[in-house]
Design a protein around this ligand. Sequence first.
Ligand code: PLP
Length: 366
Amino acid sequence: MGAELSAQILVDALIADNLKGLKPYESARRLFSGGQDWLNANESPYANEYELDDSRFNRYPDCQPPAVIEGYARYAGVSKDQLICTRGADEGIELLIRTFCTPGKDSVLICPPTYGMYAISAETCNVGIERAPLKADFSLDLDAIFAFKGIVNLVFICSPNNPTGTVVNKDDLRQVLEHFGDSALVVVDEAYIEFDLASQWASELGNYANLVILRTLSKAFALAGIRCGFTLANAPVIAALMKTIAPYPIPEPVAQIATQALSNDGLRRLATQVQSINADKAGIKAALALLPVELVGDDKGNFILFRTPLKQALMDNLVSQGILIRDQSKQLNLENCLRITVGSDEQNARLLAAMACFFAAQEQAS
Ligand SMILES: Cc1ncc(COP(=O)(O)O)c(C=O)c1O
């Protein structure tokens, strides 16, 4: 028997029970390897320049690089003991589950349609998943959520929500925080918060012991490639997460780049780029309004969700031209929905021209 076959038999015999049926997260990169217009992962179209000092590359980095922690604490308006820096917000999700849920015993609550990694992380950690779907207008279903008190340890709420672009109603979230005040952490995923700063919750940490916020440099900061995120919470929650984090999670080059991104110059550039992306988003929405598609949800992130019964033909058509967008139609209540990320001017123009051409051809054929 070949080594590969023997290895497969060994894997089948040894793999953890909870991983047997697990399908890996279908990240944009896993789904497509070619293409020229990457409008499927909510990345920024900007590639900014950074400087690297290699004089410390022979040393292990700090577990929590002080300049990054100071920079992000200043940016987010929290104190240094109220945040932890992780390999992207994704690692924050996993750390929360590993730290606050006992495998095989505890559960988390998610509100679909929403970001897929809460469920995948829970599954890989052998932690249960409860669901309180969003209502038809994508607001929280408070009665459904409240019913899980005492059953879940973590409540994940994404705001702005990927992929619906909606933000949580402030009064609803206050009620959720209060309802679970003594029984669960409420994790508000603010990966897209820079596109709608008025919706941030960091300033509420002093009011809610159980509030946790996820942040990232992957979206508005245009640094998806360096994998750097943050979890904000009250100091005891952060101290607990420090028990689970790897000894050297933030590579030295990542720390250097993040520090520059969080400098005054970096933050000025961030604000300019966010303004420009938000303006381009409005332009794309206006162009989509002229096509036979239905806009779905809201536009508080750097992406737009829309519905068309021709979604598969449209996807195939765009992919054949190297334009990659994201199919969201398998998500709860998002039948026939596709999501596009705001790209560069050229990418947005190519996408809109291709879509106009596609629908014009459809009309002619009918
Ligand atoms: C809502 C949400 N949270 C978290 C993440 C992951 O962010 P990161 O790249 O920091 O791991 C994403 C990425 O798409 C996201 O959409």
